[in-house]
Design a protein around this ligand. Structure first.
Ligand SMILES: Cc1cc2nc3c(=O)[nH]c(=O)nc-3n(C[C@H](O)[C@H](O)[C@H](O)COP(=O)(O)OP(=O)(O)OC[C@H]3O[C@@H](n4cnc5c(N)ncnc54)[C@H](O)[C@@H]3O)c2cc1C
Length: 258
């Protein structure tokens, strides 16, 4: 079985994340770049399947700036067998539609039985890429799974909703996305880090995928306005001078907390 895991490079959520007010894009220089944690969990799901089924193969796929090779090497160090990166300057600012089209074309080229993605990235937060890719590829999609079972020819899982759970299954080939309910990813060990240096990492351009980015300029969604969130106002400190209870109650009433 060939499992392709979609990993996105994102600004580290532990750091200071900034949007460029000129372009509306993430300011990638403002923070460290890492594999999105949900992508690492998706990779962990694929790798734990390989632990039990050594014939299975795991490929990581990312559409990311050329500088993202280090994060892909980390995925290889964790245990993926190979990596594919779509890197093309004309993809800077790609919207959801173009991203889905590019990833679907790369998946068609790579081939797959199962595609595993995160349900939502921590930066773009569109939450629709996996379903869009499944639609473009004409395969079933099961999204936001909090539990997954991979079997020959079939993937099953549980979707947790407010107050209910849904059991779903799909025949392979299929695209699934997973939630943070799935286990944390393993850490790369020394042997994995050394092995990753020799593992294949293929870089593709739009021309390799026969996609003309200019064709999409008319229908592409663009950022037309952007403003910084106002900084949070300082909190109110009440010093007890015999009337702290009253002032506290006043504050709660004024702010409609009670
Ligand atoms: C040169 C270049 C610069 C880019 N700059 C930015 C940027 O500044 N900000 C930004 O948000 N995006 C950037 N991207 C990536 C791209 O524009 C977004 O990934 C895309 O719009 C997806 O939106 P989302 O994260 O909201 O998707 P969601 O639907 O929230 O993602 C859900 C899941 O889909 C998969 N997925 C999503 N995007 C990718 C991807 N690119 N590669 C592999 N798997 C993916 C992951 O598994 C993810 O967990 C850049 C790409 C390139 C090539």
């Amino acid at each position: 079985m060939k499992i392709v895991v979609l990993v996105k490079e994102v600004p580290d959520t532990y750091g200071d994340r900034k949007l460029s007010l000129e372009t509306g894009l993430a300011n990638r220089a403002a923070s460290d770049a890492v594999i999105d944690e949900i992508g690492e969990r998706a990779l962990e799901l694929a790798l734990s399947h390989v632990d039990k089924n050594p014939d299975a193969e795991v490929v990581v796929l990312s559409m990311a700036p050329a500088t993202a090779q280090a994060t892909l090497r980390k995925a290889l160090a964790m245990g993926a067998g190979s990596a594919v990166q779509v890197a093309d300057e004309r993809l800077l600012g790609a919207d959801l539609g173009l991203t889905a089209e590019v990833l679907a074309a790369a998946l068609q080229r790579t081939g797959f039985d199962l595609v595993i993605a995160g349900n939502l990235s921590t930066d773009g937060s569109g939450g629709v890429i996996p379903a869009m890719i499944a639609e473009l590829l004409g395969v079933p999609s099961a999204t936001a799974l909090s539990d997954v079972e991979i079997n020959p020819g079939k993937v099953s899982g549980v979707r947790s909703l407010d107050g209910a759970t849904m059991a779903v299954s799909a025949t392979l080939p299929a695209v699934i996305s997973i939630t943070e309910a799935l286990p944390d990813a393993r850490l790369p060990n020394f042997k994995g880090i050394m092995a990753a240096k020799r593992k294949p990492l293929e870089t593709l351009s739009l021309a390799d995928l026969s996609i003309d980015a200019e064709d999409h300029s008319a229908s592409r969604s663009i950022v037309i306005g952007l403003s910084e969130t106002a900084p949070r106002a300082a909190g109110l400190k009440i010093t007890d001078e015999g009337n702290a209870g009253e002032r506290l109650a006043e504050f709660l009433i004024q702010n409609r907390f009670v």
